[in-house]
Design a protein around this ligand. Structure first.
Ligand SMILES: Nc1ncnc2c1ncn2[C@@H]1O[C@H](COP(=O)(O)OP(=O)(O)O)[C@@H](O)[C@H]1O
Ligand SMILES: [Mg+2]
Length: 285
């Protein structure tokens, strides 16, 4: 499902002294089935932008096209259910929205809400319980008896069990331990590889370098860049100007460049870094 923003602006509390323009004339088009990273400093408008993908917020100005649906300032909530089925959003700290008495009921809630029978929804819930790496034994427990990391997985399983075409995630790995973060990212890339679009808000440039097809960079409500990680991380001066970090592989290559090594392109993954170091060593033999 293609997604296009045309001159979208969003103002919180419009026409009041507290008005904040949080999106300012944002235009872009996303390819179906891509892994898109949405980055930028705190307060730059990432979460506000994200909430436009499933029309939780409607633009104050401009127009959004999602598949065959158009969203404008005049759009009302009536008729948005099909959109919410196709585009799902995992909020920051989604565990705060768990509410059912058992884990499995919580995960099954979404699929059932979108039309599956209770049995089908439960089956789906068990599938996603396993996919997010939780043991079957927790299914009948209260979600509130789990650890924070496990609760996060339950909440994410609940959204993924609806199997949306477009999965939007607002800093889903924040606060998890490193191995939990890695597993989480693996889950999302697997989902993308099955043909879905994944849009991820993150501060982790290693993940951006490794997984993203496109990067959207926000700054003060404006979209200041939309390009591939390869091009984004090549322009170190631009990154410095905007106080954005580089991926570890890029920093590593940079350090070696000062020591006689040559890199014809920024390595985005550990594998690429190793291959380029090997090529350098072979050249020296
Ligand atoms: N509910 C809200 N009411 C008023 N202002 C808000 C609200 N949510 C966010 N903002 C403001 O909108 C701007 C963008 O915020 P946000 O989209 O949360 O940025 P990010 O996710 O990049 O940290 C900030 O100036 C923030 O203070
Ligand atoms: Mg945010």
């Amino acid at each position: 499902m293609a997604i296009e923003f045309k001159h979208v602006s969003y103002v919180y509390a419009p026409n009041t002294p507290l008005a904040v323009k949080s999106l300012d004339d944002v235009s872009f088009k996303l390819e179906e089935g891509h892994f898109i990273a949405l980055i930028g400093h705190t307060g730059s408008g990432k979460s506000t932008l994200m909430q436009h993908f499933d029309a939780l917020l409607k633009p104050t100005q401009g127009e959004i096209t999602i598949g065959d649906l158009k969203i404008t300032p005049e759009t009302t909530n009536k008729g948005l259910k099909p959109l919410r089925h196709k585009v799902s959003l995992v909020f920051q700290f989604p565990e705060s929205q768990l509410f059912e008495e058992t884990v499995i009921k919580d995960i099954a809630f979404g699929p059932q809400n979108f039309g599956l029978s209770p049995q089908e929804a439960e089956q789906k819930a068990y599938k996603w319980l396993e996919k997010v790496g939780l043991p079957k034994e927790v299914a009948k427990q209260s979600p509130f008896d789990l650890s924070g990391g496990q609760m996060r997985r339950v909440a994410i399983a609940g959204v993924m069990a609806c199997e949306p075409d477009v999965l939007c995630l607002d800093e889903p790995a924040a606060g998890l331990d490193p191995s939990g973060q890695k597993q989480m990212l693996q889950l999302f890339t697997d989902y993308q590889k099955q043909g879905h679009t994944v849009i991820l808000i993150t501060h982790n440039m290693d993940d951006v370098a490794q997984y993203a097809d496109d990067v959207l960079v926000m700054e003060k409500g404006k979209l200041i860049k939309h390009e591939t990680p390869r091009l984004l991380f090549k322009d170190r001066r631009w990154l410095r100007q905007h106080h954005l970090d580089e991926p570890t592989t890029g920093l590593f290559a940079q350090r070696l460049s000062g020591n006689g090594f040559q890199f014809d392109r920024v390595p985005l993954t550990l594998n690429e870094l190793v291959m380029q170091i090997k090529a350098n060593l072979e050249d020296h033999q």
